[in-house]
Design a protein around this ligand. Sequence first.
Ligand SMILES: [Zn+2]
Length: 68
Amino acid sequence: MPTGREPEMHEMWCGADTSGEPVWHVLTPDKTSTLCGVEKQEESPRRHSTDRHCFSCMKTFQTVVASR
Ligand SMILES: [Zn+2]
């Protein structure tokens, strides 16, 4: 069970950024798009893990978490 401090409503999704490189986005609570406004696609551009995170998503995510 979540402790209550975890941002359990937000999942990570590995998708392409604006230049097509794989990055980790943060999904909106309804999981249809990302916090930076990218529409989630079913197929990943690559089954490829990356260490990169979407800066826009991270920034928005931190704002959301900080406001709770
Ligand atoms: Zn993003």
